[in-house]
Design a protein around this ligand. Structure first.
Ligand code: GLN
Length: 258
């Protein structure tokens, strides 16, 4: 497509407040064959949809992960959690991705580690249907249901790496999130209750029953939440620790079964 067409897109995106208008224009142009298709995508982006929803994919851990409209967009900072999980996962590890959204975390771990058996689950049917396609690429399965209730009971006591990108935004703070998240991602993927740790606590409580001996639970929190979260992990009988990457603003709590 011509320079001037790209330039027009850049100007439209910039006028709508897109900070990375040039990069976005380039990505949008790669998705389309016709001017009408391009126009439709630019319209959606200008109306405030997240770029990843408009493209239909997000970059995560060097992979292209399909992300359907309404599904939580995997955050680049969460690649830190994935790196920590990869360090803990041996070959043929049983990996569970709870609150999986698009399934990005599990797919990233299963791509990096040989022979992983991946099971993903989410309460939101739109997320599960999106995750199903993504995890199939690495031979995984996706289930719909409330946390562990979604999982095959045979996984109890067998999970080596339990990933849970739980929603952890305190309910009162949802209103302060950027409109892209607030208006275009499922609330159930963001809202963590009064202190943001409601879902994390439910995940922690049942984790010892699902983890294999030596297995680990990993979840992301805000910096402020980490000490409360690690206390809960310890109270549940797991060995807890916090790891952080300041550059990416990522805080991860790890709980390991003895
Ligand atoms: N503050 C985080 C974000 O928007 C919340 C993500 C989450 O709840 N998992 O990136």
């Amino acid at each position: 497509m011509s320079e001037s067409r790209e330039e027009t897109v850049v100007l439209r995106l910039r006028a709508a407040g897109c900070v990375f208008a040039e990069d976005e224009a380039r990505l949008l142009l790669q998705e389309v064959r016709t001017a009408a298709e391009l126009d439709a995508l630019v319209e959606r982006r200008v109306a405030g949809e997240p770029l990843e929803h408009v493209l239909g994919w997000a970059e995560f851990s060097g992979l292209r992960i399909a992300v359907a409209a309404g599904v939580f967009v995997p955050r680049r900072r969460t690649e830190f959690l994935v790196e920590e999980a990869i360090a803990l996962a041996g070959p043929r590890a049983v990996v569970v991705d709870l609150c999986c959204g698009s399934g990005a975390l599990g797919v990233a771990v299963a791509t990096a580690v040989d022979g992983v058996e991946l099971h993903a689950a989410d309460v939101d049917p739109a997320a599960v249907s999106c995750a199903r396609g993504n995890v199939a690429r690495v031979g995984g399965q996706a289930f719909e249901g409330d946390l562990y209730e979604a999982l095959p009971p045979a996984l109890r006591g067998r999970v080596d790496v339990l990933l849970a990108n739980v929603p952890y935004v305190p309910s009162d703070a949802i209103a302060l999130m950027p409109p892209e998240a607030r208006l275009h991602e499922a609330r159930v993927a963001l809202d963590g209750g009064a202190d943001g740790l409601d879902v994390a606590r439910r995940v922690i409580e049942a984790a010892p029953a699902w983890l294999a001996p030596g297995g680990s639970l990993l979840f992301e929190t805000s910096e402020d939440q980490a000490s409360d979260a690690v206390e809960t992990v310890t109270a549940a009988g797991l060995r807890g620790r916090v790891v952080a990457d300041d550059e990416r603003g990522a805080t991860v709590v790890v709980g390991t079964r003895s």
